[in-house]
Design a protein around this ligand. Structure first.
Ligand SMILES: NC(=O)C1=CN([C@@H]2O[C@H](COP(=O)(O)OP(=O)(O)OC[C@H]3O[C@@H](n4cnc5c(N)ncnc54)[C@H](OP(=O)(O)O)[C@@H]3O)[C@@H](O)[C@H]2O)[C@@H](O)CC1
Ligand SMILES: Nc1ncnc2c1ncn2[C@@H]1O[C@H](COP(=O)(O)OP(=O)(O)O)[C@@H](O)[C@H]1O
Ligand SMILES: [K+]
Length: 477
């Protein structure tokens, strides 16, 4: 499991550890890991041109100590100071190791010398601000960063890309985009939650020995998928593996029923029942003769994919969400048919537009504050939210939050969400709790999309068809 923490949690873990260690130990651990990561990123150190952007805090200190190490190993390292007060011991170590300080008038914005250094740089280290920074870049930093971008020089962010909101993953102000982020002790929320996660690029974690409480945000890794996947055993039968009821698709969108069925059958259930119009049932049977069409007992329902809100059978839907023994996935049109009351355990699977409609918030605001709004909806409505998008956020009413780390933009194809709803239904019917079922479904859906897209552009059905191989690969690796 990958864990992400708030700044407050990180600070208190750091304080507890620092109290037991000689002063400066953590910064030295951070700087050593940073210097190694930069060397690996460059593929060499000797003769490399490295520029450091240094702000007023310890983030700049990390960059200066790492710069000192790199200078001692033969790199030409130049520091551009963005503040009159920078980490004094770090600056001294940097100078002693042969690092140069760019003396052009940084704060006045002249920057003739800086411009030359930047043009020649192989990499720029962003030590402007770390977890102590407020969102946004100040004008002098912004001007420098834009110049780095113009020269096409890759940026390695120290701890976090300066300008992002570390605790929310939001980017309300200007920020920089890193080619690599090297972080210390643990991931922070901005490393996992978009839009900030995209600004981080790949994130490399340097262990500095922190001891941390339960995480604010988690993301499944391959070994978690292996541990959680409900693999059938010798005593299993089709009922004990779980039966999923699908109330999806409509004469207008019959394909949604076929795609949700494809997703479900590629998951861990023993059986899928289809309940809906006979023409749609026939379309499902034509593709999947193993589906049982008609009423019967199920362990989970998936409702709404390929059904407009006006097309939802309100009486039936209300009955489903007012019982309390079978969990229900509420997708697409059914999200619009939700009232404020329910007794069943629910998982809603909106994209940003659908969540916006549910909460009465513009779509763009949801996109900019995905973690916040997913959590708000989960808490206010007392249901689990799987918010779809480039990074999928799963938030449950008890505060458990997962972020899916491995999506590919190829997943953005019509019907992809229907496959996901079916797959999620399969995990729920197999007995997993809502948050884990949603996190697993998002992970495997993305893994299948990645696998399928290796052969070129994909369709929703090709995601479904790649699910068994993606699952086999994960379970056997
Ligand atoms: N603690 C530890 O054990 C370890 C910590 N470590 C490292 O320390 C980092 C945290 O360091 P930190 O606390 O000194 O904060 P940091 O982010 O460098 O600077 C904040 C200062 O910047 C300023 N400022 C604020 N907003 C700004 C903006 N938008 N744009 C520009 N400037 C802005 C503001 O000062 P001002 O200029 O307003 O006086 C504020 O005081 C952490 O990320 C990690 O890298 C590692 O070594 C591991 C061990
Ligand atoms: N840019 C993206 N990168 C990764 N995954 C994406 C991206 N855009 C959408 N997705 C994923 O693709 C799926 C699209 O689902 P949805 O919006 O319901 O589409 P549809 O209604 O056509 O089935 C979701 O799983 C979502 O998380
Ligand atoms: K930084």
């Amino acid at each position: 499991m990958r864990h992400a923490y708030t700044v407050e949690q990180v600070r208190s873990a750091e304080a507890a550890l620092m109290a037991k260690l000689p002063p400066g130990t953590l910064m030295q651990r951070a700087a050593t890991g940073l210097a190694v990561a930069v060397s690996n990123f460059l593929g060499r150190t000797y003769g490399a041109n490295i520029v450091l952007l240094i702000g007023s805090g310890d983030n700049g200190g990390d960059a200066l100590y790492a710069g000192a190490r790199l200078a001692r190993r033969g790199a030409r390292v130049t520091a551009i100071l963005l503040s009159e007060k920078v980490h004094a011991a770090g600056l001294e170590a940097f100078r002693l190791a042969g690092g140069r300080v760019d003396t052009s008038d940084a704060l006045a914005g002249g920057r003739v010398g800086a411009s030359d250094d930047l043009a020649d740089a192989d990499v720029v280290l962003d030590g402007i601000v770390g977890i102590g920074g407020r969102p946004g870049l100040r004008p002098d930093a912004e001007a420098l960063v834009r110049r780095v971008e113009q020269h096409g020089v890759p940026i390695v962010a120290v701890d976090v890309p300066s300008g992002v909101d570390v605790d929310t993953g939001e980017t309300p102000e200007s920020h920089l985009n890193a080619a690599l982020t090297v972080t210390f002790g643990t991931h922070k929320i901005c490393h996992l939650v978009d839009p900030a996660a995209t600004a981080c690029g790949p994130v490399h974690l340097v262990d500095i020995g922190l001891d941390l409480p339960p995480a604010e945000v988690q993301s499944l890794q391959a070994d978690d998928v292996r541990a959680l996947y409900p693999v059938p055993h010798g005593e299993s039968d089709k009922y004990s593996r779980g039966v999923l009821g699908l109330m999806v698709g409509s004469p207008q969108y019959p394909g949604a029923a076929v795609m949700a069925t494809a997703g479900a059958l590629a998951g861990p259930v023993g059986m899928v029942r289809y309940v809906g119009s006979s023409s749609v049932g026939q379309a499902v049977l034509a593709e999947y003769p193993e589906v049982v069409v008609g009423e019967g007992r199920v362990q989970a329902w998936a409702v709404g994919s390929g059904i407009s809100t006006s097309g939802v059978d309100r009486d039936r839907f209300t009955r489903l969400i007012q019982q309390d023994d079978v969990p229900v996935i509420v997708d697409a049109g059914a999200i619009g048919a939700l009232g404020t009351k329910h007794s069943a355990r629910l998982v809603i699977t909106p994209h940003a537009g659908e969540l916006g409609q549910l909460l009465g918030v513009p779509r763009a605001e949801i996109e900019a504050g995905r973690l916040h709004y997913a959590r708000t909806a989960a808490e206010e409505r007392q249901l689990t939210v799987l918010l779809k998008g480039a990074t999928t956020v799963v938030a449950s009413p008890d505060g458990t939050t997962y972020v899916n780390p491995i999506a590919t933009p190829w997943l953005a194809t019509a019907g992809s969400g229907d496959v996901l709803a079916g797959l999620l239904g399969a995990f729920l019917a197999s007995g997993l709790d809502e948050a884990r079922a949603a996190a697993l479904a998002a992970y495997l859906h993305a893994a299948a999309g990645t696998l399928a897209s290796a052969a070129g552009p994909i369709t929703a059905m090709s995601i479904a068809h790649a699910l068994p191989a993606a699952t086999r690969h994960l379970l056997s690796s």
